[in-house]
Structures are given as structure tokens and as C-alpha cells.
Ligand binder design. Structure first.
Ligand SMILES: [Zn+2]
Length: 100
């Protein structure tokens, strides 16, 4: 475990870091702003982020990795970052059968 991945998300929510989440199975990678991830997952350590996600392509968690990246400014031009628009709370009924 290196020093960077041991630190928590909020230390990197300053606009120069992004979290790259990649699925080794689908070979898809997406970049997220740490600010959004703090909102969603709380201020957890970077190495715990992957467990909070599921690949949208294969619907599996097993192949996901999360890495902190700090791209040089010329690479930031045109880079796609997936921003959080909304956190939707889904109401899910929980039932149990009772004897009368
Ligand atoms: Zn996948």
C-alpha cells in the first residue's frame, strides 16, 4: 500500500486530482472528481472506493480498480470527467410474513 492510496478522498478534492475507476474485464475507465465521491461515499480512503462501485457494462464489482491520478494540465484538455448530477434515493419496500 502506498502513501497516496492510504489517504482519504477529501485530501484530493482540490481540482488537481481525479479518481480513475477502471474495469479490467470491460477495459473501460472513467474519471471522477473526488468532490463528488466524498458526497456519495463519504470521506473514505482512496483504496476503498472501488468497492463502492459496480461496472455499468458488466454489472460486476470484481474487476474494478480505483487509482488517484493527477494529469498534467495539457492532458486535462478534453478529458471526460463523470460528474455527479444527483443522488437518487430509491424507496424499497421490505416485507415480512407474520402469523395471525
Ligand atoms: Zn466491466
Amino acid at each position: 500500500m502506498d502513501v497516496i492510496s492510504a489517504s482519504t478522498l477529501s485530501s484530493y478534492a482540490n481540482g488537481s486530482y481525479y479518481v480513475k475507476i477502471a474495469c479490467a474485464h470491460c477495459r473501460i475507465k472513467r474519471f471522477y472528481d473526488p468532490v463528488d465521491l466524498v458526497q456519495l461515499c463519504g470521506n473514505i480512503s482512496v483504496r476503498r472506493i472501488a468497492r463502492q462501485f459496480r461496472c455499468e457494462q458488466c454489472n460486476k464489482k470484481d474487476y474494478l480498480t480505483a487509482d488517484l491520478v493527477s494529469p498534467p494540465s495539457k492532458e486535462l484538455v478534453g478529458m471526460n470527467v463523470r460528474r455527479l448530477v444527483q443522488i437518487r434515493i430509491i424507496r424499497k419496500p421490505v416485507w415480512k410474513d407474520v402469523k395471525l
